[in-house]
Each structure stands twice: as C-alpha cells, then as structure tokens.
Design a protein around this ligand. Sequence first.
Ligand SMILES: NC(=O)c1ccc[n+]([C@@H]2O[C@H](COP(=O)([O-])OP(=O)(O)OC[C@H]3O[C@@H](n4cnc5c(N)ncnc54)[C@H](OP(=O)(O)O)[C@@H]3O)[C@@H](O)[C@H]2O)c1
Length: 258
Amino acid sequence: MSDLLRGHCAVVTGARRGIGRQTVEVFAREGVRVVYACARKEDDAFAADMRSIAEKYGVSVRPVYFDISDEAAIVRGVREIRSQKDAVPDILVNCAGILSRPCRFSMMSIQEAKRLFDVDFWGQVILTQHLSKIFHRQRRGSIVFVTSIAGMDGFFASLDYVACKAALNAAVVQMARELGEVHVRVNGIAPGLTKTDMIAHQNPAAMEMLKPAIMLGRFGKKQEIAEAIAFLASDAASYVTGQILRVDGGTHPPKANW
Ligand SMILES: NC(=O)c1ccc[n+]([C@@H]2O[C@H](COP(=O)([O-])OP(=O)(O)OC[C@H]3O[C@@H](n4cnc5c(N)ncnc54)[C@H](OP(=O)(O)O)[C@@H]3O)[C@@H](O)[C@H]2O)c1
C-alpha cells in the first residue's frame, strides 16, 4: 500500500504503544499529513518516538495528552487539537483501551468493571462525540473504533470486557446510522488475540491452548491490525460504514470455557 491516506489529518488514541502506536506509523507511511498522537500523560520517550516517525516519513506527528477516562481532560485535548488551524482532523481512530483481570462473573468487582467501561467505552464515546462535531461541520470524516471479537464471541472470565466491546460494536452501528447523512463513516475493527503488552502478561500455557481455535494457527501482529485500520479509515473504504471487521486469523472459539 502507498499513499492510501495522502493529505488526511488523523487523531489516534492509545498511540504510545501496541496497536495505536503501529497505527500512527502506518498512517505516516500512507501519507497522513498530520497525526495527532494521543497518549495518557506527557512522556519524553513517547515524544521522541513520535518525532522519529515524523522524520522517517516526512509528515507531522503531534503528541496530545489526555487520560481518556477523564472527560474534562478529553475536552482540553480536543480544544488543543481544534486550536491548530493548519490541521483539521477528518479521521479518528479510537484505540486506547485496557483489559480487566480474568475473573468469573460471580467474583467480578463492580468497581473495576465500571472503571473498564470508563476507559474502553465512555472515553471513546465522549471523545467521538466532541470530535465528530468537526466532521459534521465538514460533512466528511471516517471514524474507526478498535473493538474486539470478544464483543461477539465472549471471552473466558471477562464479562466486563465482553460487555464493553459488545456495547462499542452496537455504538458503531448506531453512530454510522446517525452520521451517514453527513457523509461521515463509522466502522469497527475487531481484532482477535494480537501480540501486544495487553496479552503479554497472560499465562503462556493458557494462551497456547487458544491457538487451535485460530484457523491460521497463530496470534495476530499489531501491524496486521493497523493495516486493516488504515483501510477502513481511508477513501478505499468509501462505501463501507456501520461494519465490524474481524481481523482474527479465522478465530472460531470453542463453545465451552471461552
Ligand atoms: N491485543 C489484543 O489481543 C487485542 C484484541 C482485541 C482488541 N484489542 C483492543 O485493541 C486496543 C489496543 O490494545 P493493545 O493491544 O494495543 O494494548 P496495549 O499495548 O496495552 O496499549 C493500550 C494503549 O491504550 C492506552 N490507554 C490505556 N488506558 C488509557 C487511558 N486511561 N487514557 C489514555 N490512554 C490509555 C495505553 O496508554 P499507556 O501506554 O499510557 O498505558 C496504551 O497506549 C484496545 O482497545 C484493546 O481492547 C486488543
């Protein structure tokens, strides 16, 4: 792929590491003119990393800092983006997220579950509500939510995460309905298990046992998810909206204990 996103201006959350960071790099490679790379808090190493991506691809990558679970911080972040008149965003990728500790429903901490919803659901919805006003005014834009196949298939001992991602999948379709009339597309990418920090701390033996459920017999790479995000964000997907695209190597979870 090349030049898929030439001249666009994108906001990417969760940009410090994992799928979000990879998305920033793929966007830069594809010619996004300005990427607002959003991270939780100020970080010199992150800023240097973003500078190196910008120099490598000859684009502008601008760090923006806010905690996605803090509505006032989100509003400040959006205000900062809007103040940069030379780069009005027309793409949003909602990638920031956390995973809960595996835990049976009967033992689940409601407080932790609410915290997960604040980050993985409300943070994304609130940010999208604010930024989509810009897209609405421009009568164009593309929004990609990074959800999960967990929201469709379930995932063992993770009711809060499963419910949260299912809610996001539903929100994608509803937002697509409401924003379609102003030519704004809204889609979701549902990754299967992907090699990032998010799954690095899981029990390796338990993870190995999951591989037979994947047709390709391996976990995904963050690059593979980022390429799919770039496709959905781009004009190559100009007639695609309200969809959740599984990028999961063909995962068919066993009925029991998943
Ligand atoms: N990896 C998988 O197997 C997998 C599968 C399906 C879906 N997903 C989804 O993919 C997305 C990205 O996950 P990943 O695998 O790339 O995970 P990751 O490597 O753990 O990265 C998560 C990113 O989210 C950021 N983040 C977390 N809480 C935040 C907050 N309160 N405010 C702002 N940023 C916050 C993190 O920032 P810090 O660096 O500051 O912590 C980090 O940059 C998530 O939505 C996840 O649910 C992942």
